[in-house]
Design a protein around this ligand. Sequence first.
Ligand code: ACO
Length: 386
Amino acid sequence: MSTTTSETLPQSQRPPHKESKGGLEGIVAATTALSKVEGTAGQLTYCGYTIHDLVRKTLFEEIMHLLWFGHLPNQKELSGFKADLIAERSIPPMVMQVLRDLPASTEPMDALRTAVSAWGALSIKGHPSITQALAVTARFPLFLAAFHRLRRGQEPLESRPELDHAANYLYLLTGQVPKDEHVIGLNAYLVLLADHGMNASTFTARVVASTESDIVSALVAAIGALKGPLHGGAPSKVLDMLDAIGTVDNAERWLRDALARGERLMGFGHRVYKTEDPRAEELREMARVADPQGFVLARRVEELALALLHEQKPERRLYTNVEFYSAVLLASVGLVGDLFTPTFAISRVIGWAAHVLEQVDHNRLIRPEADYTGPTDLHFMPLDER
Ligand code: ACO
């Protein structure tokens, strides 16, 4: 018996594909119970909780537990979970040697990707699991801080078991027990950035997981996707923009000139949000408190950028995204610009891992199609006749 599907028909007789705007915009690529992004309402929830409730009242470790186990931990669960995480705070000598061998000029995001990959080659076997997710998540800040110190000619430090994830990361970078306000700011940032629907890096991780590859391969691929300026690579460029603008008086001219050159203003616009990103709302308030002086310039630049974008591209509905005030907040806790994107990865790894686990739990290979637009029916000429 022969069956005729659209794939067995000649190209010219196949039904037309659904009109695509490119970039898979508007395409539902997976189901998830992890986070819900409502682009028109400007809402973000993790497993049913709005980020506005979570951001100031939860430890990043609680969000890990929420995304991986599906519920917020009680005190006993949290203590056990934190102990498991602390037990994983070590860098194997082989991975440390890889970090030592990297040139000091290596981008920290590349160093993180390389260290995670080297660690995975050494440590990861078998089906993705929460145990693996925890082991790799615990090490993200260690790899990054070790590389940061090595590139500055300093020796990496041992973790402090009494410090939570955010505080330990800041300690590993500087060797100083961080100020409470810095820990609170960084913890809130990590909570806000932990998961965000089917963003480019999460999609990447799910595609890799769907091939029944391992969790570290999925995370390494996701780090690569996060690195680009259209995704997680924007915040240091926001800082560059604010530095280049310099003063409130210079802001309008600078922004107008940038738009006239056809440049994108970093920290504005979003594929899904057609109103303000709810994370930007929270980060703005934290930046206002963390760096009142820097905030004055950032706020004025934001107001002018929004006015100009609405004036010049009214149909695009461009608003402030998560990256704009991330830059101000991360700078205020003492991070240098090229650590911003890998610090984003320190947060987002828990979302990536949760998506990998969700994908493998009811897996089907992610394998979309492409509309072929090249030539057809060409006459083949052997090499010596061409
Ligand atoms: N500045 C100026 N114009 C912009 C901006 C911006 N920040 N963002 C979008 N536009 C314009 C584009 O030029 C385009 O206009 P045109 O069609 O007249 O040429 C229109 O808006 C639509 O742009 P697209 O690229 O199709 O929108 P898309 O949904 O693909 O882009 C993106 C979303 C990549 C975030 C975009 O808004 C952007 O480049 N922003 C700046 C970089 C940035 O802030 N990245 C961080 C994103 S948040 C995150 O990933 C965590």
